[in-house]
Design a protein around this ligand. Structure first.
Ligand SMILES: *Cc1c(COP(=O)(O)O)cnc(C)c1O
Length: 441
C-alpha cells in the first residue's frame, strides 16, 4: 500500500477515510472533484510546532502563511488554535476579517502593497506590517504619520545566501524581488529610515528563504548571518531587534521519494542555533517567529476525482482522465510538482497497471501524475490524489470555464462543507453583455 497513508486511514470496508470519514461517501455526498481536509491533522501539526518552542523555552509566534490555503473556515480554525496568520493581499485580509480573525494577530506581507491595501491594514489594526522595500517604507511612514497611528513593522531582508550554493533556496538570494538587500547595505539604510520614522515601531527582522526546503543547512546559515548582523547593528546603529522571523518553507513529503525532515526538526535546529549564536555574540536571545504555510496544510488535504475516459497507446503510455486537473491543481504544470494517487475504494489492492493521470483541461501539460502504478480501474472509480492541501484551492482557476470544486473539512468522523462548489451561474456573474451601439439615422 502507498506509504503516504497509514493503515488506520482505512475503514472496515477497506475504503480510504479522511478525518474518520469514508471518501467514497464524501464523493457521493459532495460530488467530485472535491478538496477534503483532515482538520485534526492541521491542529496536530500546530501543536507539534508549539511544543518545540516550549521544549526549547524560546519566546515565539507561529504565523500561518495563509496563501497556502485561505478560506473563512480556515482562518477560523487557525484562530481556534490561537496562532497568528500572514496575509499577502487586501483579499486575504478581507477574508480574515470576514472570518472574525483577531486583527492584532495578522501580519501583512507582499512586495507591492498598494496605498489602498496599507490603508485597509491600518484601518483594520493589523498586528504587524512586513515592509519589503524603500517605496513601501516611505509610503507607510507618511501614512502612519498622517493618521498619527503608531504602526508595528518588521523589515524583510534578502540575506544574500546565494542560490548557486543552495539551489533549493529561491527567495533569499541577492537577486530577488523580495526584501532589502543585506550585502549592499540597503538593509542597514532601511533600519535607519525605519528608526527615524516617528510613527513606525520596528520590532524585528524578517527573512523567508524559499519553499519546500529539505535541509537544515540553509536555515542554520540564515540564523548565523542574521545574528551576526544584529550584533553589528547593536554596536553601529544602537538597534537590536526583539524578533527574528525566519519565515516558512519547511519541506513536506509529497511522494514516497521525498524524505524531508519533520517540519518541527527544522524549528528545533533553528532554535538551538539561535541560542548558540546569541550566546557566542553576547547579545540577548531573540523572540523567534515562524511562518509555516505548506507544512500545516499540504498533507492534511487530498483531492477526490472520478475517473472517466482512458487512452492506451500500445507500447507508449496509458492515460486515465479525471474530472478535474490544472484548474484545481496547477502545481504539476507550474513546477513539475509530483503527487501520488490511490484508489479510494481500496488502497491495498495489488497494482496491475502503470497509468498517467490526465486532467480534463485543453492543454497537453494538464497532467496530474505521470506513470503511476495502480490497481485495475474502471470509469466511475474515485481516485484520491494525496497531499494536495497546500497551493491547490488557493491557486485554483476557472480555466476552460470549469467551476472550482467544493471544500470539505473532516474531523472525528464528521464532515462539513466549508466552500461551496461553484455553479455555472457563478461563472457569468461578473460578465456584462456587449453594448449595442445606438442607431443614428
Ligand atoms: C510563502 C511564504 C511562506 C510560507 O511558505 P511555505 O513554503 O508554504 O511554508 C512564509 N512566509 C512568506 C513571507 C512567504 O512568502
Amino acid at each position: 500500500m502507498n506509504e503516504q497513508i497509514s493503515a488506520d486511514a482505512l475503514n472496515a470496508a477497506h475504503h480510504l477515510t479522511v478525518g474518520g470519514v469514508d471518501t467514497l461517501a464524501l464523493a457521493k455526498q459532495y460530488q467530485t472533484p472535491l478538496y477534503v481536509y483532515d482538520t485534526g491533522a492541521i491542529r496536530d501539526e500546530i501543536a507539534a510546532f508549539k511544543e518545540v518552542f516550549e521544549t526549547n523555552q524560546v519566546k515565539y509566534q507561529i504565523s500561518y502563511a495563509s496563501k497556502a490555503f485561505a478560506t473563512v473556515a480556515m482562518y477560523q480554525l487557525i484562530a481556534q488554535e490561537g496562532i497568528h496568520c500572514d496575509v499577502v493581499s487586501g483579499g486575504e485580509l478581507y477574508t480574515a476579517q470576514r472570518a472574525g480573525f483577531p486583527m492584532e494577530k495578522v501580519s501583512f506581507h507582499g512586495n507591492n502593497k498598494s496605498l489602498d491595501e496599507l490603508t485597509m491594514a491600518l484601518d483594520a489594526g493589523v498586528g504587524c506590517i512586513m515592509v519589503d522595500n524603500f517605496y513601501e517604507l516611505k509610503m507607510l511612514a507618511d501614512l502612519a504619520a498622517t493618521r498619527q497611528q503608531m504602526t508595528t513593522i518588521m523589515l524583510r531582508i534578502a540575506p544574500g545566501i546565494s542560490a548557486h550554493t543552495h539551489d533549493y533556496i529561491s527567495t533569499g538570494q541577492e537577486d530577488s524581488k523580495f526584501g532589502f538587500d543585506l550585502n549592499s547595505g540597503q538593509a542597514d539604510q532601511a533600519v535607519k529610515q525605519a528608526l527615524s520614522a516617528e510613527y513606525l515601531d520596528l520590532v524585528g527582522i524578517h527573512c523567508h528563504i524559499g519553499s519546500q526546503i529539505f535541509e537544515l543547512n540553509g536555515f542554520e546559515m540564515i540564523v548565523d548571518k542574521l545574528v551576526s548582523v544584529f550584533a553589528r547593528w547593536q554596536t553601529e546603529l544602537g538597534f537590536y531587534p526583539k524578533v527574528m522571523n525566519v519565515g516558512g518553507g519547511f519541506g513536506v513529503k509529497y511522494t514516497s521519494e521525498d524524505q524531508p525532515l519533520q517540519p518541527t526538526e527544522f524549528v528545533d535546529a533553528i532554535l538551538k542555533e539561535t541560542l548558540a549564536q546569541t550566546k557566542a555574540h553576547h547579545v540577548p536571545m531573540l523572540e523567534v517567529w515562524i511562518e509555516p504555510g505548506r507544512s500545516l496544510v499540504a498533507t492534511a488535504g487530498m483531492t477526490l476525482y472520478t475517473l472517466g475516459a482512458s487512452k492506451d497507446i500500445p507500447g507508449i503510455r496509458k492515460y486515465l482522465a479525471v474530472d478535474g486537473g490544472m484548474g484545481d491543481n496547477i502545481r504539476p504544470a507550474l513546477y513539475e510538482a509530483k503527487y501520488e494517487a490511490v484508489l479510494a475504494k481500496d488502497p491495498t489492492l495489488p497494482t496491475e497497471q502503470v497509468a498517467s493521470i490526465a486532467g480534463k483541461y485543453c492543454e497537453s501539460g494538464d497532467m496530474v501524475i505521470w506513470d503511476q502504478a495502480l490497481p485495475a480501474t474502471k470509469p466511475g472509480d474515485v481516485l484520491a490524489v494525496l497531499d494536495t492541501g497546500a497551493y491547490g484551492y488557493s491557486m485554483a482557476s476557472n480555466y476552460n470555464r470549469n467551476p472550482r470544486p467544493a471544500v470539505v473539512f473532516c474531523e472525528d468522523g464528521q464532515s462539513q462543507l466549508v466552500v461551496e462548489r461553484e455553479t455555472y451561474a457563478d461563472l457569468t456573474r461578473l460578465d456584462l453583455p456587449l453594448a449595442v451601439p445606438e442607431k443614428t439615422e
